[in-house]
Write a protein that binds this ligand. Structure first.
Ligand code: ADP
Length: 304
């Protein structure tokens, strides 16, 4: 089975329950605080590991990062390529008001301390046919894409968040680019306010990235895989009662990559990914909501 290397973000999420969002000049007492392991990278690694893949997470944590390592190791993710830096880990401070709305301050911390020499050294441990899973929450994503592709790794990226760091990357070197509707609009320079039909978005994405497989996820509207030869596979979303859609995309891509690394054929791999994401949205939180493969396969049997 091919190995998966996820070079990705690791965040400590500090979630504060507040009566309202803090106002300029105000000091506000919170009702309570919870601490969670998060970050797109961490969620993707958890999903791929729970899907049964051999996952190696690379990146960096700060002095407060034990929680992140414990979470990953608890699911069998190999953490030997995670560096330890002197400062704080990437973290967020999240206010949640009584209506469930949130606002977030992000501190990049050790997520932005990746170095070229370390990337080169880690990539030595992987070879052609292995998968390099990425998102845009660390520095040097462009360097990772170039070096990973050069080594023959299948580079799979969730092009999120969209920002100027991503604009400088050779995304066309990725084997697979996963985007939602808004990210697709940004990558093809469309106005995100103007809703585009999926087939038009896929056409524009194909023109822009002719050598890459494109995964376009559309929430409850399902997903499309468009391959470089033009074949398009649509996978409907499963009908479930969603309570929290955090990490739906990360669960989807983690499960999809794991299934592809296992050699599962595309249609089946996409169904697994959609089922895993559907289960995840029925539960609160990110990491804890991601199911294991056995549960996903049971779910698929009941839906067959
Ligand atoms: P992102 O979180 O990156 O914006 P999406 O919202 O498009 O990604 O979700 C990714 C996939 O997760 C969808 O294609 C779908 O299969 C599944 N999914 C997301 N939301 C739901 C939902 N409410 N019900 C069932 N499946 C969902």
């Amino acid at each position: 089975m091919a190995k998966i290397l996820n070079f990705g973000s690791l965040n400590v999420d500090f979630v504060y329950q507040v009566p309202h969002f803090v106002q300029p000049g105000e000091t506000l007492s919170s009702f309570g605080r919870s601490i969670f392991a998060g970050g797109k990278g961490l969620n993707q690694s958890l999903a791929a590991a729970r899907a049964g893949a051999q996952v190696f997470h690379a990146g960096a944590v700060g002095t407060d990062g034990q929680l992140l390592l414990d979470m990953l190791q608890g699911d069998g993710v190999d953490c030997s390529f995670i560096q330890h830096s002197e400062g704080p880990s990437g973290h967020t401070i999240i206010q949640v008001d009584p209506s469930g709305q949130n606002c977030i301050i992000l501190f990049q911390g050790s997520n932005f301390e990746q170095q070229r020499e370390w990337i080169d050294a880690v990539l030595q441990n992987f070879s052609a046919g292995d998968f390099l899973l990425l998102q845009n929450e660390i520095n040097l994503v462009g360097y990772l894409i170039n070096k990973g592709a050069e080594r023959g790794l299948k580079v799979c990226i969730n092009a999120s968040p969209i920002n100027e760091n991503l604009a400088g990357c050779n995304l066309e070197k990725c084997s697979l680019i996963a985007v939602n509707e808004l990210e697709a609009a940004a990558l093809t320079e469309q106005n995100p306010e103007e809703e585009q039909p999926a087939d038009r978005q896929l056409k524009l994405l194909r023109e822009r990235f002719p050598e890459s497989s494109i995964v376009l996820t559309l929430g409850t509207q399902g997903s499309y895989l468009q391959k470089p030869d033009g074949e398009v596979i649509f996978t409907p979303a499963f009908k479930v009662k969603a309570v929290d859609t955090t990490a739906a995309g990360d669960t989807f891509l983690g499960f999809l990559t794991a299934a592809l690394a296992e050699g599962v054929e595309d249609e089946q791999a996409l169904r697994r990914a959609a089922a895993a994401a559907a289960i995840a949205v029925t539960r609160p939180g990110a990491g804890p909501s991601i199911p294991k493969l056995a549960e996903v396969l049971d779910f698929l049997k009941t839906e067959a």
